[in-house]
Design a protein around this ligand. Structure first.
Ligand code: WQD
Length: 339
């Protein structure tokens, strides 16, 4: 398997995965509409790997434009990251999320069928499990009952992939359910660069640390958890990237449709992450206790035995590594990819 089409490849997880792909001698074609990422990421990928990936600024939903990629290149596999991913925005703009996320996946499957592309890795999310009945979460736990349209789009796409597989049994599809990605490449050259005020916890913490935000609002401290604050499974984005390479290798065994949780198997509370960040970087993070966020769950973390058993993949980095790496990225790039 040589040439990989990476949709959303200039994004946070996409860019880290592209670095790993290039370092493992894959040819990479990135398609991204730059709606939530910057062209500068390509220069940073080149600085890290010595190679600038082929790039097309295209919306995956645009079938005619996407067709030119399938006409021009022999694509061995697709890693599909492209999609809108703000839980909050999905509540405000559900139609946009369904047309963009589900619509683009439909276009990809139609083109895969037409051009006989057999391998797909799909970027799914722990939100597909909805409100967990218990933790840790296993891949055969029921999905659905999502607390937001973003999560529902991921459920709908997983259903689409299962339907597609029923009539394309010679395809190999890996659905990867990410938990909470944090951290950055050790070079500090690429990292998480959310537009506007961050929704997610770690970029909010690093923006407080670098002085862009005054203090952290901890959304609720009355959850049924170790210290009352929300517990999540924070996985280092570099481990997440390596999980995609393991999935590509797995697809070479022609497994059909497979599903894996990509997490650490460990839950960490908001306060534990804040304290780990403070200790790792010797920086104080001021915070206030704020009201709960609608849709937040008490606890959400993974059982990742299946990925280890079937792909030989497990997370190697921990939250201290992630706190250090996230800070190195943010302190070197106080305004993200903007100068
Ligand atoms: C984590 C914890 C918050 C911000 C979402 C998506 C998931 C994935 C990751 C895409 C919670 C608390 C947060 C803040 C806080 N995205 N928090 N103050 O909601 O677990 O998951 O992002 O795939 O699909 O659902 O991540 O980082 O927003 O929140 O106290 O300013 O931090 O309440 O307990 P979440 P998060």
């Amino acid at each position: 398997m040589k040439t990989i089409l990476v949709t959303g490849g200039t994004g946070y997880i996409g860019s880290h995965t592209v670095v790993s792909l290039i370092e493992n001698n894959y040819e990479v074609i990135i398609v991204d509409n730059l709606s939530n990422s910057k062209l500068e990421v390509l220069n940073r990928i080149e600085k890290i790997t010595g190679k600038k990936p082929v790039f097309y600024q295209i919306s995956v939903q645009n079938k005619d434009e996407m067709r030119q990629i399938f006409e021009k290149y022999h694509i061995d596999a697709i890693i599909h990251f492209a999609g809108l991913k703000s839980v909050k925005e999905s509540v405000e703009k559900p139609d946009l999320y369904f047309s963009n996320n589900v619509g683009s996946s439909k276009v990809l499957l139609e083109l895969m069928d037409e051009y006989n592309v057999k391998n797909l890795v799909f970027s799914s999310s722990a939100t597909v499990y909805g409100v967990p009945k218990r933790v840790p979460l296993y891949e055969d736990d029921p999905i659905g009952g999502c607390t937001n349209p973003y999560g529902q789009t991921k459920v709908d796409i997983e259903i689409l992939l299962n339907e597609y597989y029923k009539t394309h049994k010679d395809s190999n599809i890996a659905i990867l359910r990410y938990f909470n990605p944090i951290g950055a490449h050790s070079s500090g050259l690429i990292g998480e660069d959310p537009q506007g005020v961050p929704n997610n916890l770690m970029p909010y913490i690093t923006q407080v640390a670098v002085g862009r935000l005054p203090y952290l609002n901890i959304n609720g401290n009355d959850y049924k958890t170790v210290d009352g604050t929300g517990v999540r499974d924070y996985i280092h984005v570099v481990d997440l990237a390596s999980g995609h390479l393991s999935a590509l290798k797995k697809l070479e065994e022609k497994p059909g449709l497979v599903i894996y949780n990509l997490g650490t198997g460990k839950g960490t509370s908001v306060l534990e992450l804040v304290h780990a960040f403070e200790k790792a970087n010797k920086i104080k993070i001021p915070y206030v206790i704020a009201p709960r966020r609608p849709g937040d769950v008490d606890e959400n973390y993974a059982n990742c035995d299946k990925a280890w058993k079937e792909m030989g993949w497990k997370a190697k980095l921990d939250i201290v590594d992630a706190c250090r790496d996230s800070w190195r990225w943010q302190s070197k790039n106080p305004n993200g990819y903007d100068k």
